[in-house]
Design a protein around this ligand. Sequence first.
Ligand SMILES: [Zn+2]
Length: 571
Amino acid sequence: MAGRLPREFIDDLIARIDIVDLIDARVPLKKSGSSFLARCPFHSEKTPSFSVSREKQFYHCFGCGAHGNAISFLMDYEHQSFPEALETLATLAGIDLPKAMATPGANPSASLQPVYDILERAAGFYIQQLRDHPDAGQAKIYLRKRGLTGEIARRYRLGYAPPGWNSLPADWPRTLLIQSGLVIEKGRSCYDRFRHRIMFPIRDRRGRVIGFGGRTLGDDTPKYLNSPETEVFRKGKELYGLHELLESTPRPRRILVVEGYLDVIALAQHGINDAVATLGTSTSAEHVHLLFRFTREIVFCFDGDAAGHKAAWRALEASLPLLQEGREIRFIHLPAGEDPDSLIRKEGREAFESRIGQASPFSDYLFRTLQKDLDLRSIEGRATLQKQARELLDRLPVGAFRTLMEQRLSEFTGVAPPAPASKSLENRLGHPSGQVRPPSAWRNVVTLLLHRPRLAKLISPEIRARLIENPRAGPLIARILEYTDLRDTPTAGMLFEHLRETPEGELARNLLKPGLLTPEEGMEREFVDALDRVRALLRDERLSQLIEKSKAAQLTDSEREELRKLTGGKS
Ligand SMILES: [Zn+2]
């Protein structure tokens, strides 16, 4: 496999694995017609609507819309990262991962292992200092005053960084200390980044220490200091406390997102074990995506000050593209000046739980915030709300939730919800839910291609160019054809992988979500029909274009010829 391109390798990998075996080993499947069925592992149900197709190398749940290939199954079901999923599949297939693809996350023997090792050693060192260092008294008093027990300190591996500039053992390799962010290099000298601070090791989901947060015990700023971004620590991707949470509860019913380490720890001390914290950054879409892999409900609980409100609004914006049926996001508003740490110590678990119970639903929070400075009795106020809300709602994936949000907005503004022909990305091909109207020809063509990429063979060169030109479906079709040109027997699962992380991937996922009821044997027929209807639509469009142009200007000779053909015999 040496020297292979990652893309080729991934294709090969998916081609070698049988998704039916892969899933059956984890979720027992029953054969039913040409596919395999089970009760869906991604939502709770009594009758099976989770279907796996060997032909497509693809799974789909008609209940919750979950779908994907072997890689996404491992990512969603076993919470593996992308490189981890590749590694699992490669092991199953009995092949080696190409060197270029072996990432530190997937391969512990990779070159970053010494960095993980030094961070682990540092965590041990700080724990020992908290116990033994003569200056650690202040740290102990601080923790005790916060009501934290030894058990919690052990669970979160709390430590203490002594006050000196060079407290870390002198015989530890300096380059690694710098590489891991523990030590700062200035000119020819080095000094410890963390001094006289309570240390919070930050762990990745597999429990490896990847960085630290440190709270000062003196007057120096900042009050909270984090490790810098390093090769093993990416703040926008990691959440403090997630490892500890998943260790005790692999599938939490909800996850609470708070601002600081001490919030996480204080809540845990009071028996609320499902909190995680962002690491000095605002909540990113990646964070939200990560959390929805483990739970269906996220509750944001930020401080009751201006910064907290801003953080909550950012979290709302980051969540928009990820909000689908079956997922829930709510917001807790803490009293001014309070944070979860101060509040839980003041009022205890029960009162705090009831705050969580009363958290605002996403929709309430969104509309309430937008309306705050508007007078909805005036036309201007309603117009402003309409514009601002529209921009946000356009970022929601198409589906029942979005439709409900649109209805809600129209109740406030009196403006009718948009027709399916809106400009937004997901709406470009009409409503994928497709229950109300018959599926549009365009959507049908693309959806069938996604389910059976081999159908691309049936597209003639002449219509192919017109399909790709289409401003709405064109980019996705181009992407699909670019792939099917390369492969002799592409499956849905392979194509799905090709579209991952592309701008067109989102549209593809939305089209795949409702699933396809067409039986295998009917797909070709349906595709040819849909293609015919698209051809007719293109012809009509071109015709009116030429007629419009002829009203305003002279047509060129070739345009006149084209017009003649279009109005003459139907082709
Ligand atoms: Zn499902």
